[in-house]
Design a protein around this ligand. Structure first.
Ligand code: 13P
Length: 344
């Protein structure tokens, strides 16, 4: 595929203030979330839930791309329509998570390296032939005593760039996701320092390995204090720390930054994204500041659905609501009052 085609896909994913819906939880993670709510952990239940999500009426007004998991990309509706066709017909670009999860990093207790590079080239071709046009790979970096190690940062950065290069070769836009985790009692400044280190390493490798910046999307964490930190921060403080970090590390040729939510509530994630976009209102931001949320879009819908067919419509309304809130946040137009509902 040409460079131009990759650039067009990257732009399309975030056009019209849209963002991405991450619904690419592994079977184990999806089951864990179902178990918490007492939903049966079966293939049928996972299929029913994912079908509910992609069939949400109007989803394409706020969501430009959906990230699927390998099990989900193979699903079909009862009438035989593939999930990929459902998305494509709704003008939503189908994407696929291609890493196989974070594994323990040898000699570095408590740190992880993401796997999945072996046989990645033929797997990417298969997904492209099925209709996927972008992919995702998540690396995780923990903060703690003597963590992260230089080794953990470097091996994950190298793997992210290897994956990104293979994606572009296969005609898929790589979503590059180095996630600095929220677990820990570190403060905002420590998260900023680590995130900055990680992003420098990632873009060094992206450059070294010839990845085309214009044909990729960065999916970083927001800069936040650790979950166990007692310090409360405002949306403005998060926005300032996150943007200061990104402005120092992310080349302006990257078309979009699509944040992960990492366990923040839907409302907080929207408010913080909004605060960042307000800072660029009327000025040219170097990149689109978008979203690629999983839990911060899905959680209310999952709770409402609860495995019951009778709750599908209400769950879809909750999903669309969060997607619309985040679209508003991209315009710097999100307000807590919107949580009461959008005028239709
Ligand atoms: P969260 O927004 O729930 O962090 O999920 C995003 C994602 O894709 C994690 O890899």
């Amino acid at each position: 595929m040409s460079a131009g085609a990759l650039i067009d896909i990257a732009k399309r994913l975030v056009a019209d203030d849209k963002g991405l819906l991450a619904m690419d939880e592994s079977i184990a993670t999806c089951n864990k979330r179902f178990a918490k709510l007492g939903i049966p952990q079966t293939k049928e239940a996972r299929q029913a839930y994912r079908e509910l999500l992609i069939m949400t009426p109007g989803l394409g007004e706020a969501i430009g791309g959906v990230i699927l998991f390998d099990e989900t990309i193979h699903h079909r509706r009862a009438d035989g329509t593939s999930f990929i066709s459902v998305l494509t017909e709704a003008d939503i670009v189908p994407g696929i998570k291609v890493d196989i999860g974070a594994k323990p990093l040898a000699f570095y207790p408590g740190e992880k390296i993401t796997g999945g590079l072996d046989r990645l080239r033929p797997r990417l071709k298969t997904y492209f032939d099925m209709g996927a046009r972008f992919a995702k790979w998540r690396a995780v970096i923990a903060i703690g005593d003597a963590k992260p190690s230089r080794a953990c940062i470097e091996v994950n950065a190298q793997a992210l760039a290897r994956y990104a290069a293979l994606c572009q070769e296969a005609g898929l836009v790589p979503i590059v996701e180095p996630e600095v985790l929220m677990a820990g009692n570190h403060d905002l400044d420590r998260c900023r320092e680590v995130t900055e280190d990680v992003l420098h390493a990632v873009f060094d490798q992206i450059d070294l390995q010839g990845v085309m910046l214009e044909g990729m999307i960065l999916k970083p964490n927001m800069v936040l204090p650790g979950l166990a930190s007692r310090k409360r921060v405002t949306a403005d403080e998060v926005a300032d720390a996150t943007l200061a970090c990104l402005l120092r590390t992310v080349p302006a040729a990257v078309p979009a930054i699509a944040f992960l939510s990492g366990g923040q509530s839907g409302e907080l994630a929207s408010a913080r994204l909004n605060a960042m976009n307000i800072r660029f209102k009327g000025a040219n931001a170097p990149w689109a500041l978008a979203f690629s949320f999983g839990r911060a879009i899905q959680q209310p819908a999952l709770q409402i659905w609860h495995g019951e067919e009778a709750n599908i419509v209400a769950a879809q309304e909750a999903l669309l609501h969060r997607a619309r809130c985040n679209k508003a946040a991209r315009r710097g137009a999100y307000d807590a009052a919107l949580e009461k509902g959008f005028a239709t």
